[in-house]
Design a protein around this ligand. Sequence first.
Ligand code: ZN
Length: 121
Amino acid sequence: MSDRYALRWCPGCCARAVIAPLPQLADDAELSRPLRAGEATEGFFRRNYCTSCGHIWDSVELPQSFVQSLLALEEELEEQRRQVAMLKFLLASERKARGEGVPAEAAPPLKVAPSSRRNAA
Ligand SMILES: [Zn+2]
């Protein structure tokens, strides 16, 4: 099997499947560009087609070190969200103890999304 139709993970069927790159009108140089304006790291953008489920999606090929730095920031962000939720809870508890009303927007329900990546490891 050629690399052009490699077995890759499909976000549509959540399994490895034969993935075909959709025909692209631009050449490879035009498909490489920064993720955002001013970003030094460039990604290679590609549109894919899953031959098993028919799902079509865009992917970006990035340097592994860049992706790892993003994942590290994601963990840090989750920790910051937990700390903010705890501080809101403590503030609401203090206000309740003092008999002050707590505006609904000041104390939203604690809601921290679990990290699927961390659990998958
Ligand atoms: Zn699929």
